[in-house]
Design a protein around this ligand. Structure first.
Ligand code: IFM
Length: 441
C-alpha cells in the first residue's frame, strides 16, 4: 500500500519544490569550450563504465537548456538545483573560460525569467583533468584551487543564485572514487581515500570562509545518507554495519557540524590521514546556512574476512529499483530526524531523491507507476518529519531528465522526463504529470 499523494498545501508556506540535475550528467561536455575532466578519461578507459559511455553529448542541455527550463516551469516547480562544471568554467582548472561563464549566466537569467529559484552546486564531480593529474582530491592544493573556482563562479552568478552548495556528496568524491574505485579516478587505495575524505572537507571549509568574506550568503553542503543495517544480530555483522555507518553517514555531517571525525571511522583511517589533519577541523566546521540531504536506499552489511573495514553489502528483501536499490522511504524519515538533531537550528533540504527504472515511451506516453509510488511515499516521509519538528524547507526530485548515470552509463533512467538520446526528444513521464497536478499553484 502506498501513501496518498501529498499536495503543495500539505507543506509549510514557502516550501520549495524543485528538480535536480548535474552538469556532467546532462550538458554535453564537448560543447562550449569545456576542458577535459576526469570522467571523460575514466569513461574512455575500458572496464570502468558500461559501454564505455561518457558525458560528451549526454542530454545536450548545453543547447536544449531553454526547453528544459520551460519543462521545470510548466511542471509547477519552484526551484531548480543545477551544478556548474569546473571543467567548463576553468578548462585547465585555473584559467576562466568566458564562454563557460556566459553559459551559466544565460541559464540563471533564464530561471529568473521563468520565476524559478536557482539552487547552485559548485562541484558535482567534473574535476578538470589537469588537476586530476596533480593528484586531484588526494592533493591538499585542491582546497585553494577549489576556492578560486568557487569565487570565480560566485563573482559571476552570486547576485542571482538563491542558495549555493560547495560539494555534492563528498562520500562519493572520496570513498566511492578512491577506496571502492567505482567512480573517477577509480583508485582503490586506503591512503588516497583517507586524504580525499579530509581534503573534500578542507576544500568545503576553505571555500565557505572565502565566499562569506566576499559577502555571499545562504551557503551549504549536500551530503548523501544511506541506511546501513546489519545482516544479523551477530557481533561481527553489527560491527560491519556500524563501520559503514561511520564512514558513510557520520564522517561528513559530524565534521561540518563541529563534532569531529567519528572514532569508529578514525580507528582505521587515522594512520592514513594527512599529517596534522586536526589543525583543519575548525576550518571544516565553518557555519552552515543549510544542509542538503540526498537519500535513495538502504544497504545490508555483513562481516567478511580482510583488513579494516572488512564488510560487504548483500541483497535485501525489499522491492528494488532498476539498479537493485531497495525502496525504503522510512530511511528518509529517519535521516531527516537524525540530521535534524545533529544540526539543530540549521534548515534542511532534500536535495535529491528518486529512482531508476527502465522506462519506455509507448504511444507518446511513459507510464512509471512505480516511480509515482516512490515519489508519493518519500514526500509523505518528508511531511512526517516536518510534522515531527524537522525544519525541512524544500524537496528536490532526482532528476528532471534521464541522464548519464556515471559508471552505469545511460541505461538507468532517473528522470521524471524521458530523454531519447538519439533525437534528444523530451517526453514527460506519468510522475512529472502527477507532480505538476500536486504542485498546481
Ligand atoms: O545520479 C546520481 C547523482 O549524480 C548523485 N546522487 C545520486 C544520483 C543517482 O545515483
Amino acid at each position: 500500500m502506498t501513501s496518498p499523494m501529498p499536495t503543495r498545501k500539505d507543506f509549510p508556506e514557502g516550501f520549495l519544490f524543485g528538480v535536480s540535475t548535474a552538469a556532467y550528467q546532462i550538458e554535453g561536455s564537448r560543447f562550449g569550450g569545456a576542458g577535459a575532466c576526469h570522467w571523460d578519461t575514466f569513461a574512455a578507459t575500458p572496464g570502468n563504465v558500461t559501454l564505455a559511455e561518457g558525458g560528451g553529448v549526454a542530454c545536450d542541455h548545453y543547447h536544449f537548456w531553454e526547453q528544459d527550463l520551460d519543462l521545470i516551469r510548466d511542471g509547477n516547480f519552484d526551484a531548480y538545483r543545477f551544478s556548474t562544471s569546473w571543467a567548463r568554467v576553468m578548462p585547465d582548472g585555473v584559467t576562466p573560460n568566458p564562454e563557460g561563464l556566459d553559459f551559466y549566466d544565460r541559464l540563471v537569467d533564464g530561471m529568473a525569467e521563468r520565476g524559478l529559484t536557482p539552487s547552485l552546486t559548485l562541484y558535482h564531480w567534473d574535476l578538470p583533468s589537469d588537476l586530476a593529474m596533480k593528484g586531484g582530491w588526494t592533493n591538499r592544493d585542491i582546497a585553494p584551487r577549489f576556492t578560486d573556482y568557487a569565487l570565480a563562479v560566485m563573482k559571476r552568478l552570486g547576485d542571482r543564485v538563491d542558495m549555493t552548495a560547495t560539494l555534492n556528496e563528498p562520500w562519493c568524491i572520496a570513498w566511492l572514487s578512491h577506496f571502492l574505485g567505482v567512480h573517477a579516478p577509480g583508485l582503490r587505495d586506503i591512503r588516497a581515500a583517507a586524504h580525499a575524505m579530509h581534503h573534500t572537507l578542507l576544500a568545503h571549509g576553505t571555500a565557505m570562509a572565502a565566499l562569506r568574506a566576499e559577502g555571499h550568503d545562504n551557503l551549504g553542503i549536500v551530503l548523501n545518507f544511506e541506511t546501513a543495517h546489519p545482516a544479523s544480530r551477530r557481533a561481527d555483522d553489527m560491527q560491519a554495519a556500524l563501520r559503514q555507518d561511520a564512514i558513510y553517514n557520520r564522517w561528513f555531517i559530524e565534521a561540518v557540524t563541529g563534532a569531529g571525525y567519528p572514532a569508529a571511522a578514525l580507528e582505521g583511517l587515522q594512520p592514513h590521514l594527512p599529517k596534522d589533519w586536526q589543525a583543519d577541523m575548525e576550518t571544516i566546521a565553518a557555519p552552515l546556512d543549510w544542509i542538503g540531504i540526498n537519500h535513495y536506499t538502504r544497504a545490508i552489511y555483513r562481516a567478511v574476512d580482510g583488513p579494516w573495514p572488512a564488510g560487504e553489502a548483500i541483497p535485501g528483501p525489499l522491492a528494488k529499483t532498476q539498479l537493485g536499490w531497495e525502496i525504503r522511504p522510512d530511511g528518509l524519515y529517519e535521516f531527516l530526524m537524525r540530521v535534524g538533531q545533529q544540526a539543530k537550528g540549521t534548515p534542511l533540504y532534500v536535495t535529491e531523491n528518486g529512482m531508476a527504472w527502465d522506462d519506455r515511451v509507448l504511444d507518446g506516453h511513459v507510464s512509471d507507476d512505480i516511480r509515482q509510488a516512490y515519489i508519493r511515499d518519500h514526500l509523505a516521509a518528508a511531511k512526517r518529519a516536518i510534522d515531527d519538528g524537522v525544519d525541512l524547507r524544500g524537496f528536490f526530485q532526482w532528476s528532471l531528465l534521464d541522464n548519464y548515470e556515471w559508471s552505469h552509463g545511460y541505461g538507468p533512467r532517473f528522470g521524471i522526463v524521458h530523454v531519447d538520446y538519439e533525437t534528444q526528444k523530451r517526453t514527460p513521464k506519468g510522475s512529472y504529470l502527477m507532480l505538476r497536478e500536486a504542485l498546481n499553484r
